[in-house]
Design a protein around this ligand. Structure first.
Ligand SMILES: [Zn+2]
Ligand SMILES: [Zn+2]
Length: 139
């Protein structure tokens, strides 16, 4: 493919709005019929984008990290700011969320989700958290 094909297509679609609309609908239909392929395509284009924009990828990663830190700080504060069993509060990274109903827990990143419910979780330090899980496994 010539390198200016993208520009060429852009010009072409610009002068053929009707066909552009049809083409868009075709793509949409195809995407709806092949959701798993669509995902694959998105992954591929994401990978390409990352290779082309390593700097932006890094910045994005930093933003995500910052968001996670702020989110965790907020949740920890809302839940009392310390381990509810032993009172530990020195390091945010050593505090975690323990679901009161282990069958409802989906992943260790549940707290990053919108539907995370404070009242269904307990704030525990890493040690107390381990103890709690040990108790569940060895009643
Ligand atoms: Zn837990
Ligand atoms: Zn503790």
């Amino acid at each position: 493919m010539p390198s200016n094909s993208y520009e060429y297509m852009k010009n072409y679609w610009g002068t053929h709005p009707e066909q552009y609309k049809k083409q868009k609908e075709r793509i949409k239909k195809w995407q709806n019929e092949h959701p798993e392929k669509r995902k694959e395509c998105q992954k591929k284009s994401m990978k390409k984008w990352i290779l082309k924009n390593p700097e932006q990828k890094r910045k994005m990663g930093e933003r995500v990290k910052l968001w996670q830190q702020n989110r965790k700080k907020l949740l920890v504060n809302l839940m009392g700011g310390k381990c509810e069993k032993c009172g530990y509060n020195k390091c945010l990274a050593a505090l975690g969320f323990h679901h009161k109903d282990p069958t409802k827990k989906e992943s260790s990143r549940d707290w990053q989700r919108k539907n995370f419910k404070i009242e269904e979780n307990r704030l525990l330090c890493a040690n107390c958290h381990m103890e709690e899980h040990h108790k569940i496994r060895n009643p």
